[in-house]
Every structure is written in structure tokens, then in C-alpha cells.
Design a protein around this ligand. Structure first.
Ligand SMILES: [Zn+2]
Length: 201
């Protein structure tokens, strides 16, 4: 059975209407909350500028690393949940299909407008395109054209998905992969693209 991304997205949209008194959304085995993407953008892009040009590389590494660890733990929780078991698991024919399931969940979370897989080489490489990432949109709006890709969250998450599928068993597989962003809307490209491959270190 092919992955019905729309069905997954609808279930998440519907489920996210349930919130406790603190606004926490208990869904897919993890605790979610609703944030303005502009708030998250302010936090990460201000962090980058405060670190200064000299420490830009270090700052970017920290942002990507945080996203990778978060994506790794969050999506591990998601795939252990009863919602995943009931809704997504029956659609999966191979281990690799999980990537499509993860991406449908990521889309429903608002992490990208439209995400399409370009290429998946099991165990080696994941390449996908995002059409309206909130980070690139936020960067362009506040700071204009960037010199390098600005979608640190999706970069970390791309690698985390591969870590979960092809790294050592949880929790030892994080950072087995790392991702680059060769195209980014923040640089003036039409879309953002991410390629996750085995880390060289
Ligand atoms: Zn981007």
C-alpha cells in the first residue's frame, strides 16, 4: 500500500485540536505545542547574529545539532505510538517507507509547505525538496537574501530521519548522518533541498 500522506496529515490536524489547560497537545506519543514560527525564527536568527560572523559556523552547527537531536527523539516517540501503529504502520511495505510517513507528519507539523522526496538510497542517502519552509520565509522577510542556506531545523531533521532508519538502534544512532542544504529559498533559490548522507566523522 502506498503511503497516504493526506490521511496522516488529516489525522494530525484533527488530533491537534485536543489540548490540555497548558496548551500541550498529546499526540503520536509525544507532547506537542503550538508556536508562532516567527517566534522560533527570531530565537534562532538572533542567536546566529549574536554569535557574530567569526562564530557563525559554530552557531549553525549548534542549531542543526539541536534540531537533529530533537527530531531523533521526537520521531522515535512518534513511531512507537499507538497512533503510528494504527494509522501509519499498515501503509508501510518496507522500512524505507517510514521516510514518507515521517515527512507527512513533518508537513502536518508545519515544518514545510510541501515536501517531496527526490531520491532515497536506503542506508545511504536521502534527498528531498521543500517548497515553503518557514525558516527561509522568515529569514527573507526579516533579513533579506542570505549567503548560505538558513533552514537549520530541516537540515537536522533530514539527518535525524536517516539516523532513525539506518543508524544504530535508539538511542545510539543519532549523528550517524548529517545533511547539507544545497538550495535554499533564503539564498534566492526557488525551493529548499536537503541531502542527508553518512557523517564523515
Ligand atoms: Zn532553506
Amino acid at each position: 500500500m502506498a503511503i497516504d500522506s493526506l490521511k496522516i496529515m488529516r489525522a494530525i490536524m484533527e488530533g491537534s485540536k485536543i489540548r490540555d489547560e497548558k496548551g500541550i497537545i498529546p499526540l503520536f506519543g509525544v507532547y506537542l505545542s503550538l508556536y508562532f514560527t516567527s517566534y522560533y525564527n527570531i530565537v534562532s536568527f538572533d542567536f546566529l547574529s549574536r554569535m557574530g560572523k567569526r562564530r557563525a559556523e559554530e552557531a549553525e552547527k549548534l542549531l542543526i545539532g539541536a534540531a537533529q537531536e530533537c527530531g531523533y527523539s521526537t520521531f522515535h516517540g512518534i513511531r512507537q505510538s499507538w497512533e503510528w501503529e494504527e494509522l501509519v504502520q499498515p501503509m508501510l511495505e518496507t522500512v524505507d517507507d517510514q521516510i514518507e510517513g515521517f515527512l507527512a507528519v513533518a508537513t502536518a507539523f508545519g515544518w514545510g509547505g510541501e515536501i517531496e522526496v527526490i531520491d532515497l538510497i536506503p542506508g545511504n542517502r536521502l534527498h528531498f525538496r521543500v517548497h515553503e519552509s518557514y525558516e527561509s520565509a522568515g529569514y527573507l522577510k526579516r533579513l533579506g537574501i542570505a549567503e548560505v542556506g538558513k533552514c537549520y531545523m530541516l537540515r537536522g531533521v533530514a539527518a535525524a530521519f536517516m539516523d532513525l532508519l539506518y543508524g544504530d538502534a535508539y538511542p545510539d544512532g543519532c549523528f550517524t548522518f548529517s545533511a547539507i542544504e544545497p538550495f535554499c529559498r533564503a539564498k534566492g533559490d526557488t525551493f529548499c533541498e536537503f541531502i542527508a548522507e553518512k557523517s564523515s566523522t
